[in-house]
Structure formats: structure tokens, C-alpha cells
Write a protein that binds this ligand. Structure first.
Ligand code: PLP
Length: 387
């Protein structure tokens, strides 16, 4: 493997050699039929990933661009959007939508907790919401939204259900034809980025629009964007020899390879693997006296926000880890200095996580804390291998 470090931040995630190889293939012209075939294949695989009967758009940018694209193509200036937030990334929809003159209302959970369906129901009773955003996994807290419960509550009001999958797609089910208690209750939009659970370097935003979301765009004569207007991209996504703006050719090679790897593993298997991975990582870290912020019932399969044992110095811990080749992220906002965030998603191997756990244990010991490394590794393997 070419990676020399274990990049265990919550995205980007470790990139596998096959993907590096694809990325460094010779650049073709963006309307070359050979490139169009690769692009089309990646789009077809993306449609399978979301199981959508609508359209998938893959463009150069990051997850935030995909968030913007999802919003401006469904909600017009002056219309009402409800933001359901479980942390920092949920909150990002607030200034984003305000810039476009959208009337934003919010439901913000206490960090580490979920918004309940009762609270959502009460808020939606105010009426008039065009759409609701929900962040599938909030990367600041490691809290997963209970979409099974939230979708019917949103859909019975007729609002569009927009799901931010940036830290979830390809690790948690996001099936756009699945119905939630009624034939019409489905996810309308999923947006995501390339660098998290899909395991491709940063650089692409993807947005999947279901039929109702596409109809919402059709109903608007214009939207507040040009590069981000899905109508400009529709002909390209249907037939990638067409031109609107130059796609990032090498990133598409990498994305195509990444999607082939996702589909080769199989979605069901990948979802189960991530679920076990999350549980295994949190359980192993508990052996070291480290406590996840989120309760296990709401904790995400893809990353965890872990509270330090009393008195442990965050900067020292993370820089010691980094010097040994394990890169984790600091916590955000009020949790900064008190917790760290570790990504456990994408294509990283069991071997990498075991090594990371050993290095975390050694680092704790060096800092004067007790850490039973064998017990933590056994705990990890016991759960991870149970799938
Ligand atoms: C990372 C992330 C984003 C932002 O994505 P960028 O690629 O950094 O723009 C948005 N939402 C969630 C849930 C994320 O994890």
C-alpha cells in the first residue's frame, strides 16, 4: 500500500492503490468517447448506489458545493426551509440558505443528541415548509439521524426531504426508492462528496435528485446559480460526450474505480461492515477509558467523537499520534480540546485500525495513562469479525 500514514480523520479517508492508479492514468479530452464511457459508468453505479429513478449529478467541487446545489435547485428565494441540525455540518445549511434569500428555520439538537420526531412534527405544524434538510451523520458529533422516523414526519406535510450524506453515503443505506410507511414517503435528494465513506480523494460533489425534486426544479423558471443549476448539467449526465463545463477527468477515473470497489464489496455487506466497525472502534477505545460523545443507539458507523480521560492534553496526544503515523482530528466548538474525532469509514483495512489502536494505546502509556493494548485489540477484533 502506498499510504505511509493512517489518515483516520473523518474524511478524507485512506485511498487504496487501485484508486491512485486510476487517478494517475493519462488525461483524455473531456468529450472523448472513451472518457464519456467511464464517466457514464460511474454515473450508472452512482444511480445503483442511491437506487434512484431520478438523476445523479457528479461535478467538481466538495460536499459543500453539493449542499448548495441541493438547496438552490429545490427551494426558491422567499420560500421556507427547515434545517434539522445535529451539529456543525447541519448548521452549515443555515448561512448557506440565507445567502440565497431563503427563509430558514432551525431545530438544533444539543451536541451528542438527536432531534426527536415529536419535536420535528411540532415544528412542521407551523406549515409552509418547502423542504427539510437532515444530516445523515453529523461529522462534528458522530450522531446519526434516525431517518426511518424523520422521513414519514416530513413527507406527510408534502415537504421535500433533503439528506446530507457527506459522512454516510456508501456506509449507511440511502435508498431513494425505499418507502417509509407510505408509497410516496421517500428521500427526495441525497448529496455527498467523494472523500469520506466512498474512499476517493476530495474533489467531487454528487447530488441525486428523485422525481419530486426534479419536478421542483422544473417548476422554477430560474435558480440562483449557473454552475450549480442542475438543468445545465442534465444533458451532460445523460450523455457525457456533451459539454457544459469541463469535468475533472482524472477525478472521474478515480471516482469510477471507487464506485466499482463499493459495488464489488456489495452494499449490504458494506453497510454491515461499517456498522460493526463503528461499534468495534468505540468499544475498543472504552477499554482505554475513552468515552464516545454519542450514546451507542445514536452513534454513527462512520466516525466517532471520543471524550478524553480527565486531564489528557489534546494537542500533545494528537501530535504524538501524528508523529507515529496516525492522523486523527480535533473536536469542534465547545468540545475543542476535550475530545477527538476518529474516522472509521471507506476502504481502510482491519489491519490499519488494529495498528491505530495499538499506537493510541502506546501514546496513552507514554502520557502516563493506563492502556491495556491487548484487551483493546481483542475487543476490536471480536466485534469487527462478527460480521
Ligand atoms: C465533510 C462534510 C461536509 C462538507 O464537505 P466538504 O467536502 O468539506 O465541503 C458537509 N456535510 C457533512 C455531513 C460532512 O461530513
Amino acid at each position: 500500500m502506498r499510504n505511509k500514514e493512517m489518515l483516520l480523520v473523518p474524511g478524507p479517508t485512506p485511498v487504496m492503490d487501485e484508486i491512485y492508479d486510476a487517478l494517475s492514468s493519462e488525461t483524455m479530452g473531456h468529450t472523448d468517447p472513451r472518457f464519456a464511457k467511464i464517466f457514464k459508468n460511474s454515473l450508472n453505479l452512482s444511480k445503483q448506489l442511491f437506487n434512484t429513478d431520478g438523476e445523479v449529478f457528479v461535478i467538481a467541487g466538495s460536499g459543500t458545493l453539493a449542499m448548495e446545489m441541493a438547496i438552490i435547485n429545490t427551494v426558491a428565494p422567499g420560500e421556507k426551509l427547515l434545517v434539522v441540525s445535529h451539529g456543525y455540518f447541519g448548521d452549515r445549511f443555515i448561512p448557506l440558505a440565507k445567502v440565497f434569500g431563503i427563509k430558514v428555520e432551525t431545530l438544533q439538537a444539543e451536541w451528542g443528541q438527536q432531534i426527536s420526531k415529536e419535536l420535528l412534527e411540532e415544528k412542521l405544524a407551523e406549515g409552509g415548509f418547502k423542504a427539510v434538510t437532515v444530516t445523515h451523520v453529523d461529522t462534528s458529533t458522530g450522531v446519526m439521524a434516525n431517518i426511518e422516523e424523520l422521513i414519514p414526519v416530513v413527507k406527510k406535510t408534502g415537504a421535500l426531504f433533503i439528506l446530507d450524506g457527506v459522512c454516510a453515503t456508501a456506509a449507511l443505506e440511502e435508498d431513494m426508492q425505499k418507502t417509509y410507511g407510505h408509497p410516496d414517503y421517500k428521500i427526495d435528494v441525497v448529496l455527498t462528496g467523494s472523500q469520506k465513506a466512498i474512499g476517493v480523494p476530495p474533489g467531487l460533489g454528487m447530488v441525486a435528485f428523485g422525481p419530486k425534486a426534479l419536478a421542483a426544479r422544473e417548476a422554477m423558471s430560474s435558480v440562483m446559480g449557473y454552475y450549480t443549476d442542475i438543468k445545465n448539467w442534465l444533458p451532460v449526465m445523460n450523455d457525457p460526450v456533451k459539454y457544459f463545463a469541463t469535468p475533472p477527468v482524472n477525478m472521474i477515473y478515480a471516482f469510477n474505480k471507487g464506485m466499482e470497489m463499493v459495488m464489488a464489496e456489495g452494499l449490504e455487506k458494506r453497510y454491515c461492515r461499517h456498522s460493526a466497525l463503528g461499534r468495534a472502534m468505540r468499544s475498543a477505545l472504552k477499554v482505554y477509558g475513552m468515552k464516545p460523545l454519542a450514546m451507542e443507539e445514536v452513534a454513527a458507523p462512520t466516525l466517532s467523537c471520543i471524550i478524553y480521560p480527565e486531564g489528557l492534553n489534546d494537542a500533545e496526544f494528537r501530535s504524538k499520534l501524528a508523529s507515529k503515523g496516525v492522523v486523527v482530528a480535533g473536536a469542534l466548538a465547545a468540545l475543542a480540546g476535550k475530545a477527538f474525532r476518529i474516522g472509521h469509514m471507506g476502504n481502510a483495512t482491519e489491519e490499519m485500525f488494529v495498528k491505530a489502536l495499538q499506537i493510541i494505546g502506546e501514546t496513552l502509556q507514554e502520557m502516563g495513562y493506563e492502556a491495556n493494548i491487548d484487551a483493546a485489540v481483542d475487543e476490536f477484533k471480536g466485534i469487527y469479525r462478527s460480521v
